[in-house]
Design a protein around this ligand. Structure first.
Ligand code: F6R
Ligand code: MG
Ligand code: MG
Length: 365
């Protein structure tokens, strides 16, 4: 049975500030998706949140990029924006960059990760969602899951994974893509994906079967809008078990927190902290950046779950370390490497300050 799993998300208003999604928005989204399920457009759905991002997880048989599914998500975000406006939530409708839907939400603000696949006898799925960071945040975790034997022992000792995985990498500044085979080409690949503000892992494929293993949202709102509209707060779908990494291999990269772009005003480096859904409430300096993971078994497209994967106490130490890293970064205040390099910041007063000081800059002797 061919199933499409679509995860479409948007920030259509935060409460308080940018720290959380209001329950009324989630209730409205559930209403809309429930209607679509009754009309048999959706097989199943799950509405959740990560920080101020409203997350629509949907299964159906319309394929990827379906205008019906994208319209359902868009209309839901528009309806939720109405509620956000009534409640005067902060940044109501912030990720809806256009007034009119034109067939596909890609490029219109919301984040999208979708994959179509033949449902296996047991189909284990993990969906990662992050707040206060950008899509490049998945590069290192995906590399570890699918190319690093120190993370994924299955690459070494499981015959059905030993051939490795292929990584589709997008250059989001030049709108180009390339596919690298791991492990053969990892040194070439790392030249690019080690620069995650520009090169982002879009998808990963099993090299033996060609099956899709993972896919992420690579939208960059700042590039789409040409001005600051918030970091893109990405999502990523990963298939697990059998010919794919085990659940524990997929979650393991997040046990060692790394620094990612985002945090306050989308202009800082900070640790990506793995948390449960209720703990995805970035409040310290609007952060630090959070990642949540929900797990499902699929049964003919029905979403059996979710399990809140990072609620596990085994991630307590990672949270503790992330908080220590947050302190260390905060110590730098407005200085790099806490503050992003000028060209990566999403807020800048540089042009105005430069203009004011014009004439006061004089050539060095
Ligand atoms: C970062 C983020 C927040 C806001 C900050 C200012 O992604 O969402 O840190 O940038 O709270 O928000 P505004 O400009 O909406 O007042
Ligand atoms: Mg927000
Ligand atoms: Mg957000």
């Amino acid at each position: 049975m061919k199933i499409t799993l679509s995860v479409i998300k948007a920030d259509v208003g935060g409460y308080v500030g940018h720290s959380e999604t209001h329950p009324d928005l989630m209730a409205k989204a559930r209403d809309n998706l429930s209607k679509a399920q009754k009309e048999r457009l959706l097989i199943d759905y799950h509405v959740t949140k990560c920080g101020d991002d409203l997350q629509l997880i949907m299964t159906h048989q319309q394929g990827e990029d379906s205008d019906k599914i994208h319209k359902l998500a868009w209309d839901t975000f528009v309806d939720c924006t109405e509620i956000a406006k009534q409640l005067k939530l902060h940044g109501a409708g912030q990720d809806l960059l256009s007034d009119a839907f034109s067939g596909n939400v890609r490029g219109m603000g919301p984040g999208v990760a979708e994959m179509e696949f033949e449902e296996r006898g047991a189909e284990t799925i993990i969906i990662f969602m992050a707040d206060k960071t950008s899509s490049g945040a998945w590069n290192m975790p995906l590399y570890k899951m699918f190319a690093d034997p120190f993370n994924t022992i299955g690459l070494v000792i499981a015959e059905n994974m030993h051939q490795g995985f292929a990584f589709e990498v997008h250059d989001i500044k030049d709108s180009k893509k390339i596919t690298f085979n791991a492990p053969d080409e990892i040194y070439d690949m790392l030249v690019f994906i080690g620069a995650p503000s520009r090169y982002m892992v879009k998808s990963v494929y099993h090299r033996g079967s060609g099956a899709i293993a993972a896919t992420s949202s690579t939208q960059r709102l700042a590039l789409i809008a040409g001005r600051y509209v918030g970091k893109d707060d990405p999502v990523c779908i990963v298939r697990s078990q059998g010919e794919f990494p085990a659940v524990g291999e997929i979650l393991e990269p997040f046990a060692a927190p790394i620094l990612v772009e985002g945090w306050m005003r989308g202009s800082h480096m900070g640790p990506l902290m793995p948390v449960s859904i209720p703990d995805s409430t970035p409040s310290r300096f609007d952060g630090p950046p959070r990642v949540v993971a929900v797990g499902f078994q699929l049964s003919s497209g029905k979403l059996v779950g979710p399990r809140d994967m990072f609620a596990d106490k085994a991630f307590n130490l990672a949270r503790h370390q992330a908080n220590e890293m947050a302190d260390m970064m905060r110590r730098h205040g407005p200085f790099e490497p806490h503050r992003l390099p000028l060209e990566e910041m999403e807020y800048t007063t540089m042009p105005q300050v430069m203009k004011k000081l014009e004439g006061r800059f004089i050539p060095l002797e």
